[in-house]
Design a protein around this ligand. Structure first.
Ligand code: RUQ
Ligand code: CUA
Ligand code: CA
Length: 634
């Protein structure tokens, strides 16, 4: 018999792990108000069993059947993006972005290193917020954007091939965290927050008197088409999460460090921090009129959005708020209180008045501040007027009604909380199907739990995370699946499968490898047919085709010290016949999918015979798909 205890066993013994976790998480937090007490509707054992069976049938995808939704998961500090089928929660693909990937050669191939640019020298990343490009408030399936907090980058993934095709390092800020997209009229801007306050200039010149130095962080807009930074806005305090509205006019961001403190105690000093709202047309107009500066050697226009600016407004909200979410009906920005048991509902329709100085107090745009429970972090929505908020400390998801919360705030006696559901454990983000678009459909809710504790077979001190799937199509939320995942899905997004259209094989004219094609053209090489070695000083370019189960060149000669570029064009036309190229003992490997050209550059530093082989199982004679590089001693 197993000696492992479950949460239920502990509860029998009066030792609630949930309670213990909550206490641990709450340590150090000040003045937390009590959670709203609530008992969910009581169901009979029989109807509960029937409901669970029904839910399980919904998530069971027969072998050979396809899921209804694509889910894109951030891989956190693994740096990647993962693609899951929902509701089965089967992992379909991984898209390396801010990491190095041995299978596809991301970070190793010439094509990927061109995308990574200068930042190719970083081998780590920390991806948080994946978001799908939109046209008129609906996912258009073209791109997925994601931030890298670790090295202050923003990446774009082409969803037709599920590869990262552009990346930018945002200058003059540290740690890009919150990221959301302009929804209307289309995703022209990627809005992203620099989280940490730094001195300006940050070149060491002001270290002797840091307190006197000017210190700030900035809100950034990246042009989604060119992936260049379009503008930066200096703010007071710091910036955490962000979202945009459905008119194309406003974006908003939470700030937890209005204190501009450098330590935990300092960052919790104020009872209220704020939400800062950005007026995008005013910012664009200011830049057009030349009212901007630039910083250091960056050419990005920088405008000042600190207190008193006409470009921004600061709305006080309690306390160290975290998530910022726009409701799919376009009515509210919702700031999640984190150290306050409340969320603040900001009425977007009142923001014009706020910017036109028609309100006495910026708090007048807060139309309700429902109390939900301990540690509200993120809110998501269905299409029936309900919101779902994660309660980190309570380890729960709370379902509540937007309009009832407003009525209660106005003093009516009305219950706005519909249900609280235990999750396992400590949830961060949650995401309901299609919820960041006008098409929110209220079917599925994914809750990304930071701790899994006793939910899976133990794998040592480092535990899996627990991504839970909840059926929200009915009156009551029902947990239907636990999904273990590796570090650390901060956030995910679900799109209907009809919204994503992928290619089955590459097009020969794909821009992803256009630079390699151009290089071949200069060498007079026709990639689809030629198998040729071109010497150019100590640079050697080896062009070959591949067709299962052979390479077009099975032996080539170079000299010790040569810089060798191997360029392979996979001439197979059959879906799924991917080849690989691995040069043994050289740290060289890459993917070449049907009709793709891939290239990789390395130094032939060891004289002798070196085998290369196909590392993607492609054919019955895959083991025989090999060749040799002969390196003459210098
Ligand atoms: S943040 S757990 Cu990186 Cu999205 Cu909230
Ligand atoms: Cu080609 Cu394995
Ligand atoms: Ca604070």
């Amino acid at each position: 018999m197993s000696d492992r205890k479950t949460e239920r066993d502990d509860e029998k013994l009066g030792l609630s792990r949930r309670g213990f976790l909550g206490a641990t998480a709450a340590t150090g937090l000040t003045a937390l108000a009590g959670a709203t007490a609530l008992g969910g509707a009581v169901m009979s054992r029989e109807s509960w069993a029937a409901a669970v069976k029904d839910a399980q049938q919904k998530i069971h995808i027969e072998p050979g059947e396809l899921d209804e939704y694509y889910g894109f998961w951030s891989g956190g500090h693994s740096g990647e993006v993962r693609v899951l089928g929902v509701p089965s929660m089967r992992e379909l693909m991984r898209i390396p972005v801010f990491n190095v990937d041995s299978a596809t050669g991301w970070g190793l191939t010439d094509e990927s290193r061109r995308v990574l640019g200068d930042s190719a020298r970083f081998l780590n990343g920390d991806s948080h917020h994946p978001h799908i490009s939109m046209t008129d408030g609906r996912y258009d399936g073209k791109y997925l954007f994601i931030n890298d907090k670790a090295n202050s980058r923003v990446a774009r993934i082409r969803l037709d091939i599920m590869k990262c095709d552009k990346m930018v390092t945002v200058p003059n800020v540290q740690a890009i965290h919150g990221l959301r997209l302009q929804k209307v009229p289309r995703t022209q801007y990627v809005f992203c927050n620099g989280e940490f306050v730094i001195p300006h200039p940050n070149d060491g010149s002001n270290l002797k008197n840091l307190d006197a130095a000017e210190r700030y962080t900035m809100f950034n807009a990246v042009n989604a088409d060119t992936m260049e930074v379009a503008f930066q806005v200096i703010v007071d305090g710091n910036l955490d999460n962000t979202d945009a509205d459905y008119s194309g006019k406003y974006a908003a961001a939470t700030c937890y460090n209005s204190e501009k403190a450098n330590d935990l105690a300092g960052m919790m000093r104020n009872e209220r921090d704020w939400v800062v709202v950005f007026n995008i047309p005013r910012i664009e107009a200011a830049i057009k009129a030349g009212h901007f500066k630039t910083l250091g050697d960056s050419k990005v226009p920088v405008v000042d959005g600190r207190a008193g600016s006409e470009l921004t407004r600061y709305i006080p909200v309690p306390k160290n708020p975290h998530g910022l979410n726009t409701s799919p009906d376009g009515r509210f920005f919702i700031a999640n209180g984190k150290l306050s048991p409340t969320v603040s509902m900001i009425e977007i329709a009142r923001l014009d008045d706020l910017f036109d100085n028609k309100l006495k107090d910026p708090r007048e745009v807060v139309i309700a501040e429902p109390e939900l429970g301990l540690g509200p972090l993120h809110t998501t929505f269905d299409n029936r007027g309900n919101a779902y908020t994660t309660l980190f400390i309570d380890s729960q998801v709370v379902k509540w009604n937007l309009d009832d919360a407003i009525r209660a705030y106005k003093g009516e006696k009305v219950a706005y909380i519909r249900q609280k559901l235990d999750v396992q454990y400590q949830p961060g983000h949650n995401h309901a199907s299609l919820t960041e678009s006008r098409d929110a459909d209220g079917k599925w809710l994914v809750v990304l739990c930071k701790f899994s504790k006793d939910r899976f077979l133990p794998v040592g001190p480092l535990h899996a995370e627990n991504d839970q799937l909840i059926d929200i199509s009915g009156e009551e939320m029902r947990l239907v699946h636990d999904g273990p995942t590796f570090a650390e899905p901060h956030d995910c997004i679900l799109a209907h499968r009809d919204q994503i259209r992928t290619k089955k094989i590459w097009s020969r004219d794909d821009p992803f490898f256009a630079d390699t094609v151009a290089m071949a053209a200069k060498d007079g090489v026709k990639l689809e047919t030629d198998n040729k070695v071109i010497r150019d000083g100590n640079k050697v370019r080896v062009y070959m085709t591949s067709t299962a189960p052979t390479y077009g060149i099975t032996e080539f000669n170079v000299k010790q010290g040569d810089q060798v570029t191997v360029v392979i064009t996979n001439m197979d036309m059959i879906e799924d016949v991917t080849h690989g190229f691995c040069m043994v003992n050289h740290g060289v490997s890459m993917e070449i999918s049907p009709q793709q050209t891939s290239s990789i550059t390395f130094t032939a530093d060891k004289p002798g015979v070196h085998w290369y082989y196909c590392n993607w199982f492609c054919h019955a004679l895959h083991m025989e798909m090999v060749g040799r590089m002969i390196v003459e001693p210098a």
